[in-house]
Structure formats: structure tokens, C-alpha cells
Design a protein around this ligand. Structure first.
Ligand code: EPZ
Length: 424
């Protein structure tokens, strides 16, 4: 298994280009199942999770072509022929986002068999709201031997529009139901819909494909079902979490970095907190200039749904707090077990205690390098950030977690002057 080895203490300097958003690309790839015409995508990030999703789609029958062999961010997906409506356990167990084929397959093929995603490191992450919504749209759903078996009732054969209020705000739940509703007969209203920018990006593509959606960006989406959707072209929105991760790296390691090809307007809560921590930030339409001199100040925060502080940035800002002056409290309200980076940060000399869903961080002057282990995607990013600030050498094991959501992070950090390398 690959490892990352780094020696901390070097401030970061230079420019970094942000890739397309993983959490927009994954539902957007599944949207191709909604039409028999080609979908042309650009700015798709080259990540392990994207490669996993492409493999699943190809097993279902989608042809994937890269017009320019050298450019894996530009691809054409064609779901003219669906040869299987099944997402096997083998596929789903490696990536929970595979659940996003359920809505599209059911509404296009009138049947779908998708393995129930198991739990994952950060929480149980059930999909009961996805199922509740599809049932409201007329699907008959059985859970049998670990699979979700969904059918639309004949003779109509199509899902029917419904008014759905999810018990909590769910990002992929909103995306699954939104995609299913585009081809249902009648109107669907999604109340308590997720407002994450990645949901909006998916909705923009669906509208280009001929879907009738209003309320994009709000917590109430209204979808008029149509008979068919057609092909479209779309560039995936830049990844706000990758951009936020690099901003935290500058806050922890110091230096001056220009973050390019990003969307500052999707990072308000993160930018506000980092400014409170002492990061000097200047923003343009698609760039952020960040400069850090001296030690960051501790900032307390709690995670919540968009537009509040994102849970996917919690571990990264905790790494900054670990070396900040003062103490801070971090409350995680979305997932029940998203503090696995705490024990690893403490191995680097951090002083963090957990009480329920709150972490109390006493900022330390310095961390000292050690061997630590990544446990999940954002925890890995947090350990890299802490390693860049720690004295001496840090080695992060199991970085396959990192590769799921970051495209060659160590190469981007090396270009910024960090002393970091991947060990096969
Ligand atoms: C998406 O996961 C993201 N993944 C996650 O990013 C992100 O952390 C999360 O949204 C929250 O923003 C993708 O978009 C592929 P949820 P998702 O459904 O959709 C509970 C990363 O690091 N819930 O919004 O699975 C659930 O247990 C990943 O990039 C139910 O109880 O999250 C959680 O407590 C990690 N029943 C809360 O709701 C359901 O049917 C929010 O989950 C659905 C969700």
C-alpha cells in the first residue's frame, strides 16, 4: 500500500489548480443513464472514486470514450444500450456513491437492483430516505439478501410525481430523487432538499438535457416529469473541498498560494473561519489568494448543511487548530463517527479530547512528525496538513483513502515547495 512521507516546516509558495468536484462528478456520471444520447463532460476529476463509478457504468452498458487520450477530464458517456440494471455488492462495497445509479436506472428501465451500501468508517449512512422517496413515487421496493430490488408498477411502467419531504437533509438522497423525478409522469416536489453546490451542478446538467426543474439552489425543488431527455455538454463545477483543503494547508504550513480555477462563492463559511484564524484572503471570480504569516489563531466551529461549514472540511480545519494559539471546540453534527483523525493527530503531538460529537482542541506550539494511518478520505487530508506543519518526518499510511478524493495531492504540494513524496 502506498504511503506519503513528508518533512514539515517549509512554507508553501506558488499556484495550485483545483480539479472538478468529486461530489458533483459522481451524480453527474450517473445522469447519463437517463438518456440514450451522448453526454459530453469536461473538468471531470481523475480520482479513484470516478474510475470506480466509470467501471460500474460500463458494467451496466455505458460506453465511455476519451476524445483526447491525454486528457482524462474530457469524456463522452453513451447509455444508448443498458445491458444490466444491477449494481453488485462487489461494486457498491468499494464506493457508497454507487447508490446514485438507483434513481436513474429505475426511472429509465423501470427496474433496478442495487446492493445496499454497507456502513462506512464515518457512520452507518443508511439510505432509508432514498427508498422512502422512490416508494412515494410509486416504486415497489424489496430489500432481499443485501440488495435493494426496485420495480415501477405496471402497466404505467413509469414512476409518478410525488410530494416528498425527507426526514433530514441528504445530498445523495436529493440527487437520487431529483434524477428519478425527471422522467416520472407528473410533478415531483422535493422539500428539505440539499442545497450543496454539487446538487445544483447536477440540476444544471439535467436542465441542459431537457429536464424541467425549478428552485435550483433552494431547499424546495419542483420537477415536471418529461417523456425523454436528450444529450448535452457540461463542465463539472470546481471542487470546493479540494480548494478548502489547500487553504487549510497554507494556514497550517504558512506561505502564500494562489488557488486557481475554483469557485470562492461556494466557500463562504470556510473562508470566514480561515480569516478568523488569521489567514489573509483575497478572492476573484475564480481564484483565491491566501497568505499566512505566523501562527494561526484557534477557531471554534460546528459542521452543518450548506451553506454552513461543511462536514467534509472538519478534519482539515481541526489540523490547523491543532497548532493554533488558544483552544477551540469542534462539533460534528452530520456524521456520528467522523473523529477518527483525532487519535492520529494526537500521535503527532496534538492535544485533542472528544466529548460526544464535540472535539476540544488545545493548540500546541509545534507538532512532531510520526508514522500515522489514514482512516478515511478527509482524515487523510487532515494528516497531510498536520505533517506539513510538524517538525521532522511524518509518514501517512493507507493513502488509498486520500486517492479516492484528491488527484495526486502530493504532486500539487511538491509544486508548492512542500517536502513530500509518495512511497510505493
Ligand atoms: C454526501 O454523502 C457526500 N458524498 C459526502 O462527502 C458528504 O460528507 C455528505 O454528503 C454530507 O455533505 C457524495 O456526495 C458522494 P447525506 P451522503 O445523505 O449523501 C443521514 C466526502 O468526503 N442519512 O447528506 O451519503 C446520514 O447518515 C464524502 O467527499 C440517513 O439517515 O450524505 C448522515 O448522517 C463523505 N438516511 C446525514 O443523513 C438517508 O437515507 C447526511 O447524509 C440518507 C442520509
Amino acid at each position: 500500500m502506498d504511503k506519503l512521507r513528508m518533512v514539515g516546516g517549509t512554507p508553501l509558495k506558488g499556484e495550485v489548480v483545483i480539479a472538478g468536484a468529486k461530489n458533483a462528478a459522481l451524480p453527474i456520471l450517473c445522469a447519463c443513464l437517463l438518456t440514450d444520447q451522448a453526454i459530453v463532460l469536461r473538468n471531470v476529476p481523475d480520482l479513484q472514486d470516478v474510475r470506480t463509478m466509470l467501471k460500474l457504468l460500463q458494467e451496466i452498458g455505458v460506453t465511455v470514450t476519451f476524445p483526447d487520450k491525454a486528457d482524462r477530464s474530457h469524456m463522452v458517456l453513451d447509455a444508448a444500450v443498458i445491458k444490466s440494471s444491477e449494481a453488485t455488492y462487489e461494486m457498491v462495497k468499494t464506493m457508497r456513491a454507487s447508490i446514485l445509479v438507483l434513481g436513474p436506472l429505475l426511472t429509465r428501465m423501470h427496474s433496478a437492483k442495487v446492493s445496499l451500501p454497507g456502513g462506512c468508517a464515518i457512520g452507518a449512512r443508511p439510505v432509508d430516505q432514498h427508498i422512502k422517496g422512490l416508494k412515494a413515487m410509486g416504486a415497489t421496493i424489496k430489500i432481499k439478501s443485501g440488495y435493494i430490488q426496485a420495480e415501477t408498477k405496471l402497466p404505467l411502467g413509469r414512476l409518478k410525481g410525488a410530494s416528498i419531504l425527507t426526514d433530514m437533509i441528504t445530498v445523495t438522497g436529493t440527487e437520487n430523487l431529483l434524477m428519478a423525478a425527471t422522467l416520472a409522469s407528473g410533478t415531483t416536489i422535493l422539500e428539505n432538499a440539499a442545497r450543496e453546490p454539487e446538487v445544483g451542478d447536477l440540476a444544471e446538467l439535467l436542465v441542459k438535457m431537457g429536464a424541467k426543474i425549478s428552485g435550483i439552489g433552494t431547499d424546495r425543488l419542483v420537477i415536471e416529469g418529461v417523456e425523454k431527455l436528450h444529450g448535452a455538454e457540461h463542465a463539472v463545477i470546481p471542487d470546493r473541498i479540494e480548494a478548502g483543503t489547500f487553504l487549510c494547508a497554507v494556514a497550517a504550513a504558512g506561505g502564500e498560494v494562489l488557488v486557481k480555477h475554483c469557485r470562492p462563492d461556494t466557500l463562504d463559511a470556510v473562508i470566514t473561519k480561515l480569516k478568523d484564524a488569521g489567514l489573509e484572503i483575497e478572492v476573484g471570480p475564480d481564484w483565491i489568494k491566501a497568505r499566512m504569516q505566523g501562527r494561526p489563531k484557534a477557531v471554534s466551529f460546528r459542521t452543518s448543511e450548506y451553506p454552513a461549514f461543511p462536514t467534509d472540511m472538519q478534519a482539515q480545519l481541526m489540523a490547523v487548530n491543532a497548532i493554533a494559539s488558544g483552544s477551540s471546540t469542534i462539533t460534528e453534527t452530520i456524521f456520528e463517527n467522523r473523529f477518527m483523525h483525532v487519535q492520529e493527530l494526537n500521535r503527532l503531538g496534538a492535544d485533542i479530547a472528544i466529548e460526544g460529537n464535540t472535539a476540544i482542541v488545545q493548540g500546541e506550539e509545534k507538532l512532531s512528525g510520526a508514522i500515522v494511518m489514514a482512516t478515511d478520505l478527509r482524515a487523510s487530508a487532515s494528516l497531510v496538513i498536520a505533517g506539513l506543519a510538524a517538525q521532522g518526518e511524518t509518514q501517512v499510511d493507507r493513502i488509498y483513502h486520500l486517492d479516492r478524493g484528491y488527484d495526486r495531492m502530493e504532486q500539487k504540494l511538491t509544486l508548492l515547495g512542500a517536502n513530500i513524496e509518495r512511497i510505493k
